[in-house]
Design a protein around this ligand. Structure first.
Ligand code: AMP
Length: 358
């Protein structure tokens, strides 16, 4: 099939790599100068978004493409996942309202867009809290933690005229996420819950499966994510990030696409999140999500380590996105797969020393 992808970043590149193996062709809609996905398909301008007639299906690899998806609908091409998934998730307020409508716990929140509504929101939520821009915020950008009144001015300066949301600070024990793929016929497959480490709001490491994962916690996460996938009649791969507090999960945010915390599945699961996304949107049967041993995924952020040093590590796999290295930019990732707990511990320590930013 000929698959169109809105966006041509690393997620598009990895979707392409998985789909080409199954005989598909790709067109990436991207206005960047040298999109990462360029080597795995044709590139067309996103701004013009045309022509779409020759596509069998259109998908997306980032969520700020609502207008493009809307235009695609008018051209009557099949879009998977559908428009509502983007509508819900591209605004933090509608996303939280959506979690609440499905009875999925989330941090208490209030919108604000000026000093008066900010003060009302603080009166409801209390300190400490986190202020976030409702739209176009990702990787910790457009957000700040407020400890008390002393942070009010800085927060209002950051917010400016933008619509914001204020949420209670969650004293989580750890952050976890669940990746699910749903087919058009309603079949759902779930990967094991994974543990995520962030630095400055950016994902740096994923441990898969999450250490100490219990069947109860997995079931809780599957219940929440399954409810979202079914309600949206979702087709494709979907990720939800959670805060874990003792044995309870609280939804933090969702991504209607393949997700950074699912990159480990390329080597660490029977079928990768990318392959399952392509299978879902092309109407093929979904593949097993079973983990093969244990994996640790390390993002390469603004650094270019010696590839041979990484590849000399047992079980290590390097993914380089072909981007120019810039501070704070995700330029690749490394997955280290292990078969035993002992190897896992040793491999994580070795990889962290080599890769993790100090
Ligand atoms: P987000 O962009 O919403 O994923 O936030 C980025 C990171 O900031 C999260 O992964 C957390 O580490 C932290 N964070 C965000 N919201 C909260 C919160 N309400 N309480 C505590 N930490 C938070």
């Amino acid at each position: 099939m000929k698959i169109g992808v809105l966006g041509g970043g690393q997620l598009g590149r990895m979707l392409g790599l998985a789909g080409i193996a199954m005989g598909h062709e790709f067109v990436f809609y991207d206005d960047g100068e040298r999109p990462c996905a360029g080597p795995v398909g044709e590139v067309r301008p996103l701004a013009e978004l045309g022509p779409l007639r020759d596509l069998d299906v259109l998908t997306y690899e980032f969520e700020n493409v609502f207008e493009a998806v809307d235009r695609a609908y008018r051209q009557e091409v099949i879009v998977a996942p559908g428009r509502r998934a983007i509508e819900v998730s591209s605004d933090r307020l509608t996303e939280k309202d959506y979690f609440t409508s499905l009875k999925i716990p989330t941090a208490r929140y209030r919108p604000f867009d000026n000093p008066a509504t900010f003060d009302e929101a603080v009166a409801q939520i209390g300190y400490p809290c986190v202020a976030k821009t409702r739209r176009f915020g990702y990787d910790g950008k457009g957000q700040m933690v407020l400890q008390g009144e002393q942070d009010r001015e800085a927060c209002l300066a950051m917010a400016g005229e933008k619509p914001m949301v204020l949420e209670a600070f969650v004293p989580f024990s750890r952050e976890v996420s669940l990746v699910c793929t749903r087919a058009a016929n309603g079949q759902k497959v779930f990967y094991p819950l994974v543990e995520n480490w962030h630095r400055d709001g950016i994902l740096i490491t994923t441990l898969a499966p999450a250490p100490g994962l219990t069947p109860e916690l997995q079931e809780q996460a599957e219940g929440y994510v399954g409810a979202i996938a079914d309600e949206l009649a979702y087709v494709g791969t979907l990720a939800v990030e959670f805060f874990q507090i003792h044995d309870e999960l609280m939804a933090s945010e969702m991504a209607p696409r393949v997700h950074n915390s699912g990159h480990w599945t390329i080597e660490g699961a029977e079928t990768s999140q990318f392959e399952n996304h392509i299978r879902a949107i092309t109407g093929s049967p979904l593949g097993s999500t079973a983990a093969i041993g244990m994996s640790a995924m390390f993002n390469l952020i603004g650094i270019q380590p010696n590839p041979d040093m990484i590849l000399s590590m047992p079980g290590a796999h390097l993914h380089w996105y072909g981007k120019e290295v810039r501070e704070g930019r995700k330029v690749g990732h490394v997955t280290v797969r292990s078969d035993s707990e002992a190897d896992f511990g040793r491999n994580i320590a070795m990889a962290s020393a080599m890769i993790a930013p100090s």
